[in-house]
Write a protein that binds this ligand. Structure first.
Ligand code: PMP
Length: 425
């Protein structure tokens, strides 16, 4: 049995009062808090190892730092079912999900200009080709791939949502066609908390020879994911939402695809041979995609976060957060409160967005904050999702491994007083 109370005790930040109330943190979809193991790993790296990786002949750089960095890559690979053996690595270090998704869109754009030779042609786009996303996307999927469509002349299309905000799968043959070259979809909606039924989307994408990209930002921290089993081609996510540090993230790519993909960022540590008068020869992946000095301390700590999650067990995390989701969904029973997303506690995570009739989300946020409860308000970088619900913004509570059912109850109790306080009841 995992003792989740004890796990909560590993997060020093939660041990404080806000406006005279014990802090209830329900904003993990924006960023998660960090356990001592992760905080210590980052600090200890600076205390004992600090050096760049894969360069220099001295012990710290050439051996210890490089080893810690590559060990972290291997732990992260294990978390998501990816290869980590030397020469077969499938995990690229990025600055976060946004950076990883932009890396892909830029690399596909470079391939469309003929860069990367014959092997990269599979990523090339031209007028008449199609890029497909869903209406559930965070702007960090929507915008890089919309821009890629503008740059290449490809047609930009999307899969729409059901009334309760799930990505539809009933008309995939119409949306994903023989002309589709790229499909990019979120694994879990960052507003609705809905888990996308990605299997038929991936199947259809592959049927027509398209690349499938998964936004795994909101799945990796909460669910057991296995990118090989899912057969996704690429996936991007951020460390700071999975109990790791800010400033880093990871891009998964099937090894053969990473080998064929041209680079997107250029500079030191990604080039084998560089000349003044002819083309450079770039390194094999993952180094080809990791130009410049890497955020080694953060990657090492992210590796510790991955290991820490695996020690608890992803199945246990998922089951624990399901109990919190059940409680948060009771928000929908309050008069004047509407949940934006699935109401039933099935194929969803503990991320619950809601609208309070007649009260602006910023007022709701302040009212809730005054009681020591942290939720997110705004459009959550997903404006098309909000338009789908006829809104511009909403309130969002989201769970993490450290939350208790009591945390969710505190929010539900507080929410009962919102409309009365603002005089709209
Ligand atoms: N996709 C989803 C589903 C997200 O929730 C987020 C973070 N809000 C992102 C992408 C972008 O992540 P980051 O800001 O860490 O790059």
């Amino acid at each position: 049995m995992v003792d989740f109370k004890e796990i909560r005790g590993e997060f020093p930040i939660l041990n404080q009062e806000i406006h005279g109330h014990p802090l209830v943190y329900l904003d993990s979809a924006a960023t998660s808090q960090k356990p001592n193991a992760v905080i210590d790993a980052e600090a200890n790296f600076y205390r004992t190892i600090n050096a760049g990786v894969h360069r220099g002949a001295h012990e710290l750089a050439a051996a210890r730092s490089t080893m810690a960095f590559e060990e972290a890559r291997a732990k992260v690979a294990k978390l998501v079912g990816a290869n980590a053996a030397e020469g077969e690595e499938e995990i690229v270090v990025t600055g976060g999900a946004t950076a990883g998704l932009n890396l892909l869109a830029t690399a596909f754009g470079n391939a469309s200009l003929g860069r990367g030779g014959e092997a990269a042609k599979r990523f090339a786009l031209k007028p008449g080709d199609e890029i497909v996303v869903s209406r559930a996307e965070h702007h960090s999927v929507l915008l890089p791939f919309q821009e890629l469509a503008y740059r290449t002349g490809a047609t930009f299309k999307w899969i729409d949502l059901t009334e309760d905000g799930r990505v539809r799968t009933d008309n995939l043959d119409e949306v994903i066609t023989e002309r589709t070259k790229v499909v990019a979809v979120t694994h879990v909606g960052n507003t609705t908390g809905a888990i996308t039924n990605i299997a038929p989307i991936i199947k259809r994408a592959h049927e027509v020879g398209s690349i499938f990209i998964l936004d795994a930002c909101q799945s990796v921290p909460h669910l057991k994911v296995d990118f090989h089993a899912l057969d996704v081609d690429f996936a991007a996510w951020s460390a700071h939402k999975m109990y790791g540090p800010t400033g880093v993230g990871f891009l998964y790519g099937k090894r053969e695809l990473l080998e064929a993909l041209p680079p997107a960022n250029f500079g030191g540590s990604m080039v084998e041979l560089a000349y003044m008068d002819h083309e450079a020869q770039y390194m094999a992946p993952p180094a080809r995609f990791e130009a410049g000095t890497q955020p080694v301390a953060q990657v090492v700590a992210a590796g510790v976060a991955a290991e820490w999650m695996m020690n608890i067990g992803l199945e246990n995390i998922e089951a624990h957060e399901k109990t919190i989701a059940a409680e948060l969904l009771k928000l929908g029973d309050i008069d004047g409160i509407r949940i934006l997303g699935p109401r039933e506690n099935v194929d969803r995570i503990g991320t619950v967005a809601f609208d309070v009739a007649g009260v602006h989300p910023h007022d709701v946020g302040q009212f809730i904050d005054a009681q020591g409860i942290a939720i997110r308000v705004g459009h959550h970088c997903a404006q098309p999702v909000h338009r789908h619900f006829g809104l511009y913004a909403s309130n969002r509570a989201s769970s993490g491994v450290y939350n208790s059912v009591e945390d969710a109850q505190a929010l539900v109790e507080a929410a009962k007083g919102i409309r009365k306080f603002f005089g709209v009841e």
